[in-house]
Unconditional design. Structure first.
Length: 201
């Protein structure tokens, strides 16, 4: 892992930031607070996490967990920097079901000559803001998977009903055949009764 040194020096935290823009803040990592880039997404934590996981996985980076953070070490995210950095991501969900919001805290650690270090914070903000489209895509994929599951369930119900109909139709055909045979028996018995009655006359 790159020697851990926070890449931000000063932050001007603005209260009441809107979720459409990333902003500078702080987050607790272990016992210490560290400067972080913060973004709020109007989606559940699982959706947001999946979006970031897909983003880093596309670049063949694997994550590990450390102190409630998802960590990608020695990663080159060209949107932020061409240098290898350690990216620490923490997700915090809030809000009621159906109106969840997830706050993402991004810490970057690195050492040595960091490419574009002076504008690193601004590019990290832009990176998180552009991730909104990835999060929306993640939400759409999750909705498709959920709908596909529901579709399979409903198709199973329809198939079951069709099979039940076939069984009922088969039972009806068998019943009709039995009725025809029984009608012949009844007619035969009726003829016997009529013949016996005729002898009385």
């Amino acid at each position: 892992m790159i020697k851990q040194a926070a890449l931000f020096v000063t932050f001007a935290f603005a209260a009441g930031q809107v979720s459409a823009q990333a902003f500078e803040g702080k987050v607790k990592y272990g016992k210490a607070e560290e400067p972080a880039i913060v973004m709020i997404y109007d989606y559940p934590e699982e959706i947001v996490t999946n979006a970031f996981t897909a983003k880093f996985t596309d670049k063949q980076y694997r994550s590990e967990e450390s102190k409630d953070f998802i960590v990608y070490t020695n990663a080159v995210m060209s949107e932020v920097s061409q240098s290898k950095l350690d990216y620490f991501l923490k997700m915090e969900e809030a809000g009621r079901q159906g109106s969840e919001k997830t706050t993402v805290y991004l810490i970057m650690h690195g050492s040595g000559d960091i490419e574009g270090a002076a504008n690193l914070g601004q590019r990290a903000k832009s990176f998180l803001e552009k991730m909104k489209s990835d999060v929306e895509r993640s939400s759409t994929i999750a909705a498709i998977k959920k709908q596909e599951t529901l579709l399979v369930d409903e198709e199973d119900i329809l198939l079951k009903l069709k099979n039940e109909q076939k069984e009922i139709e088969a039972q009806l055909e068998a019943n009709k055949a039995k009725q025809t045979a029984q009608q012949k028996i009844v007619a035969s018995q009726k003829m016997i009764v009529d013949d016996l009655k005729a002898k009385l006359n």
